[in-house]
Every structure is written in structure tokens, then in C-alpha cells.
Design a protein around this ligand. Structure first.
Ligand SMILES: NC(=O)c1ccc[n+]([C@@H]2O[C@H](COP(=O)([O-])OP(=O)(O)OC[C@H]3O[C@@H](n4cnc5c(N)ncnc54)[C@H](O)[C@@H]3O)[C@@H](O)[C@H]2O)c1
Length: 429
């Protein structure tokens, strides 16, 4: 890469919520660093809207991955970002790596352990850059936490208590009404918490050995529906005034999460949204959906060196946040992503300190930070600055899949046995 070059060109595959709102927005906010030069998106409205925002000419707009690579088998940009849903990943990853693109791919990498192993094996064969969007590692809050852990100042890590607390609206939007509500796509522990598995790997820097997990879908079931609740909130639900999940509360507030609306497509105005919610999957009563993923799950994990970790994921919280408490041999460190604080207590000195690393932006600033890293790595050619290696991405996915197997089979699983079993299936295929 030329030393004078200060910005990169990118192809986007999938101009939905993440493609448009996170990666696309980065290029609009930092036009001197990145420019999208082609888009692949089957939905005509989304494709047109993204192309207009990024001034992408008509001959660089495509409705399928096959069409794009048939026309451009070789590289037409520095980087390529894959922001489709997880059921359409493998083809794009393989073709993009073969063409020589630096690739940033949304997580999770596939629907099952077999697919993820195949994808990561493919990525390992290529020398080019392949980053998985585990952006929490890049967030200043977690980078600070990692710095404290590796400093040695507080001794060695003994145990980690980590939790992912989704607020009740996020749970309802994404995992009850939304696209990630059914394990025919992916189990919740993968869809939501492969970030958390990844953070545990980041913080322990150790191989995971075993995992056991419990959890279920307790609340969002038809038997819990208020009397007379229709299939859609806007069909005159008698409980609308008191139901926390009523769509008029969820989607018409000035502070409604814009990601929720982006997932519904291109919303023109309030009237359009109201019409849409009469028939859209996002307008459904939360007790009458086709959801089967859990609303609470816990995991216990043992890592190499005897480090242990517990992880709790629940969808019944007033406040959305991650909490991480690390017990070390000479201290205790506690992170709260809502309070934006890291509290540190050192046993030997009695010192107590509260750090407030800068935040800002979605995913505690991780979304912008991972894009900056992608751009910098392409420009410098120095892959050592990448925090998310393919091998660790595989481990985090395997942890999530093994957790789900454990939950379903009531067994404690050895991760290496689990991986070997999946690789055996691959060979028998
Ligand atoms: N890293 C994170 O924190 C984070 C957060 C949310 C979602 N995600 C992941 O990001 C991915 C995208 O999620 P989203 O919320 O943006 O979903 P989305 O449905 O809003 O966007 C996906 C887009 O891909 C398009 N698409 C479908 N098939 C395609 C194909 N063959 N080629 C090109 N485009 C195609 C869809 O039309 C849609 O516009 C999911 O895998 C999700 O799990 C990651």
C-alpha cells in the first residue's frame, strides 16, 4: 500500500441496519478515511438509499453476491465489508478472500459450528486481512480493562463474573419479534453473546477447556399473553395501555433506538411506520410470535490455568448494560458499561480508584473503533494491530455453540472434544 494513501475504498455486502447505519455512517462521518464504491443488496429501496447517500454509480450497484463477483472477479476496492445476516456469509467470504480483499465480516460467522469451522479454516488459508466484527474488544472501556488485567499490578486473574443485561425492549425487538428470535437461524447465546464469549477470551487470554450451561424461554410464550390480546398490537389490544411491549411505546418515541427502525427498512414517516406495524413481524404481540430462543441463560466456563468464569445473559432488565467483575490475586476490578466506570480495589495497598474511559457511539464506541482499525490496518499493512484473530473468533463461536449443546443436553462439554466431534462430521460429509 502506498505510504501517501490516507483513505480506503470499500465494497459493502448487505445495506441493512449495520451496513447502512454503522459501516455506511462511518464513511459519511469520516469521508477522508473511507469511501464505499460499490454495494450488493437485494432490497431495491435499501440499495437505492445507500447508493444515493454514498454517490455510488448505477453500474456499481448489485442485487446479489454472484452478480457482483461475476462482473468483478478481481478487486475493485481495498476492503469489503459483509453485513448480511448470518445465513448468507460463506459464499461472500470465500469469493472476497479469493479476490484478495481485506475483509471485515459481521458476527456470527455462520449458523452452526460446522459452517464456522469451514469459514475460519478458509480464512486461515489466506494471507489477507480477515476481521470479525467483535468490536467490543476495541471499545475504550474494554481496552482499559484489558490494560489493567495485563499490567500485573493486581496479580493474576482467578475468576470473572460477566453479564449481558438486555433491556426488555431490546429483548422484545430483536429476540422475540425480530430476526434473531428463532434457533432455526442461531441460538441466542451465539446471536447475542458471541461478543461476551469473545470478551472472556480477550480478558483471560487463555484457551477455554470446558463449559456447562442452563437456561430457557420463560416469559415470551403464548400462555403469558394478556386476555384477549390479538396477534398484532395495533389490532386493538385491550392491554395496550399497560403492556411494556406495546408497539406505540416501543417505536414512536423520539429516543427509539434508530437501529430498530433501520431493521424494518426505509421508513418514510410516522404514518408509514404505523401502516407497516399492522403487518410487520415487528408489530406482533410479543406473546404470539414464532420465537423459541431463551430469555435467560447462564454459563460456567473453565479456562487453561484454572481460571474460571461465569456468564449470565438475561432479557429482563430496565437498563441495558454489561457488567464485568474480575477477581485477581491482588485486586478486584469491576466494569459497568451503563455507569461507564471501572472501579479498582488493590488488596495490598488498600488503594481504590475509579476510571471513566471515554465512551461515545454505539457499542461503547466499539463500532467506530473497529472501523478505524480496519482502515489503519489496510493503510499500514500491519496486521499485528488487529485485536480479533481468526483463531480466537473460532474459539468464541465454539464456546457459544458448546454452551447451547450443554444447555440442551444437560452435560458439561470439553471444548476440544466438541471441536473434534464437529471436525469429524466435516470429514464424514
Ligand atoms: N457486531 C454487532 O454488534 C452486531 C449488532 C447487530 C447485528 N449484528 C449482526 O450483523 C448482521 C446484520 O444485522 P442487521 O441488523 O444489519 O440485519 P439487516 O437484516 O438489517 O441487514 C442485512 C441486510 O443484508 C441484506 N441481504 C440479504 N441477503 C443478501 C445477499 N445475499 N447479499 C447481500 N445482501 C443481502 C438484507 O436485505 C439486509 O438489508 C447480522 O448477522 C447480525 O447478527 C452484529
Amino acid at each position: 500500500m502506498s505510504h501517501n494513501k490516507t483513505s480506503i475504498s470499500i465494497v459493502l455486502i448487505g445495506a441493512g441496519n449495520r451496513g447502512r447505519g454503522i459501516f455506511g455512517q462511518y464513511a459519511l462521518d469520516f469521508p477522508h478515511r473511507a469511501k464505499f464504491v460499490a454495494v450488493v443488496e437485494p432490497d431495491a429501496d435499501r440499495r437505492a438509499s445507500f447508493s444515493a447517500a454514498h454517490a455510488i454509480p448505477e453500474d456499481r450497484q448489485f442485487s446479489s453476491v454472484a452478480e457482483f463477483f461475476a462482473k468483478h472477479p478481481g478487486k475493485i476496492a481495498d476492503g469489503l465489508i459483509i453485513a448480511t445476516q448470518e445465513n448468507v456469509r460463506a459464499e461472500a467470504i470465500e469469493l472476497a478472500l479469493e479476490a484478495g480483499y481485506a475483509v471485515l465480516c459481521e458476527k456470527p460467522l455462520g449458523l452452526n459450528a460446522l459452517d464456522v469451522i469451514a469459514v475460519t479454516d478458509t480464512a486461515k488459508k489466506h494471507e489477507g486481512l480477515f476481521m470479525v466484527c467483535h468490536q467490543m474488544r476495541y471499545a475504550p472501556l474494554y481496552r482499559t480493562l484489558k490494560r489493567l488485567v495485563v499490567s500485573g499490578e493486581y496479580g493474576k486473574v482467578v475468576n470473572i463474573e460477566h453479564s449481558e443485561n438486555l433491556d426488555f425492549e431490546h429483548m422484545a425487538h430483536s429476540y422475540v419479534r425480530g430476526y434473531f428470535n428463532n434457533d432455526a437461524l442461531t441460538p441466542m447465546i451465539l446471536a447475542k453473546s458471541c461478543h461476551d464469549m469473545d470478551l472472556l477470551l480477550y480478558l483471560t487470554a487463555a484457551k477455554p477447556l470446558r463449559i456447562s450451561s442452563f437456561g430457557s424461554l420463560s416469559h415470551f410464550r403464548s400462555e403469558n399473553a394478556p386476555a384477549g390480546a390479538p396477534k398484532y398490537c395495533l389490532d386493538g389490544c385491550p392491554a395496550a395501555a399497560t403492556c411494556p411491549y406495546d408497539v406505540q411505546r416501543a417505536y414512536f418515541r423520539p429516543n427509539t433506538d434508530p437501529a430498530y427502525l433501520r431493521q424494518m427498512g426505509i421508513i418514510k414517516d410516522r404514518l408509514h411506520l404505523m401502516e407497516l406495524l399492522k403487518t410487520s413481524r415487528f408489530g406482533r404481540c410479543v406473546y404470539h410470535c414464532d420465537n423459541n430462543v431463551v430469555d435467560h441463560q447462564v454459563c460456567s466456563i473453565e479456562f487453561e490455568g484454572g481460571v474460571t468464569a461465569s456468564f449470565t445473559m438475561t432479557g429482563h432488565n430496565a437498563i441495558e448494560r454489561r457488567r464485568t467483575r474480575i477477581q485477581l490475586t491482588d485486586g478486584e476490578i469491576e466494569l459497568d458499561s451503563f455507569k461507564k466506570t471501572i472501579e479498582i480495589r488493590k488488596f495490598s495497598t488498600g488503594d481504590f480508584e475509579v476510571l471513566t474511559p471515554p465512551l461515545g457511539g454505539t457499542h461503547s464506541g466499539g463500532d467506530v473503533a473497529i472501523m478505524q482499525n480496519f482502515v489503519e490496518t489496510i493503510l499500514s499493512g500491519n496486521q499485528r494491530q488487529v485485536l480479533t484473530s481468526v483463531a480466537e473468533s473460532l474459539d468464541s463461536h465454539l464456546l457459544a455453540f458448546a454452551a447451547e449443546r450443554s444447555r440442551k443436553t444437560n452435560q458439561c462439554l470439553e471444548i476440544s472434544d466438541f471441536e473434534a466431534g464437529v471436525r469429524q462430521l466435516q470429514q464424514n460429509d
